[in-house]
Design a protein. Structure first.
Length: 43
């Protein structure tokens, strides 16, 4: 029973990590676009 619980926890952590990576990528893309706009606007 304990092993099955650990497996379930690992699966949840794996999916959470994938979601976190996707969120981080989206945030980086937004920040990059904002920085590009600022750089183009100032120059």
């Amino acid at each position: 029973i304990a092993r099955e619980r650990i497996k379930l926890i690992f699966r949840r952590l794996a999916t959470d990590k994938l979601i976190m990576v996707l969120i981080v990528l989206v945030v980086i893309a937004i920040v990059a676009s904002v920085v590009v706009k600022i750089v183009k606007g100032s120059s």
